[in-house]
Write a protein that binds this ligand. Structure first.
Ligand SMILES: [Cu+2]
Length: 179
């Protein structure tokens, strides 16, 4: 008859084998649900269009901002007055899904009866229309690091594209820094 020590040894070996089997099963690793390395997280940027208290010119605030590579949800609260722009093509381009939301409604083409400003980044093929007195939301997926100049294409000043506010950095022009 074997003694108790033998049975304890057998039980211990059985337990070790059982643990080995469990830990070898995929998905039991403690890091199994961690996101893949380099997976992009969604960033958020909130902008307003308001009239500068000193000059009275409309400006995007902030005019310049930095975001990481990957998807970015941008919200523009446009506090400027509604403005008709009959020459506007008014087509949304370069956003995820090809649309923007105007006060919550998805639109791939915005009515020219009210486009006060645009958020246009030629190097990203991006064109978003910003109606006055409205809130616009859209998503872009930034592909790589770099410096991307932003413009407004709507004729929101009486001085053409060279004078204020169109041609003055910090108002209707700015830069998105992607890092
Ligand atoms: Cu403008």
């Amino acid at each position: 008859m074997r003694d108790q020590g033998f049975y304890n040894l057998v039980a211990t070996l059985a337990a070790v084998v059982a643990i080995s089997v469990v830990t070898a099963v995929p998905g039991f690793s403690s890091s199994g649900s961690a996101p893949a390395a380099g997976a992009a997280r969604t960033s958020r940027v909130n902008l307003t269009v308001s009239l500068n208290g000193t000059t009275g010119w409309p400006q995007f605030v902030p005019a310049n901002f930095s975001v990481p590579v990957g998807p970015v949800v941008i919200t523009i609260v446009d506090q400027d007055a509604p403005m008709s722009w009959p020459a506007c093509s008014c087509r949304v381009a370069g956003t995820v899904g090809g649309f923007e939301r105007v006060n919550g409604t998805a639109e791939s083409q915005v009515s020219d009866s009210n486009v006060a400003h645009t958020f246009t980044v030629p190097s990203l093929g991006l064109n978003v229309l910003s109606p006055g007195a409205s809130t616009v939301t859209f998503t872009i997926d930034l592909p790589h690091a770099g410096s991307f100049p932003r413009f407004c294409e709507a004729p929101c000043g009486s001085n053409g594209y060279e004078g204020p506010p169109m041609g003055v950095p910090g108002y209707m022009t700015g830069t998105i820094s992607v890092d």
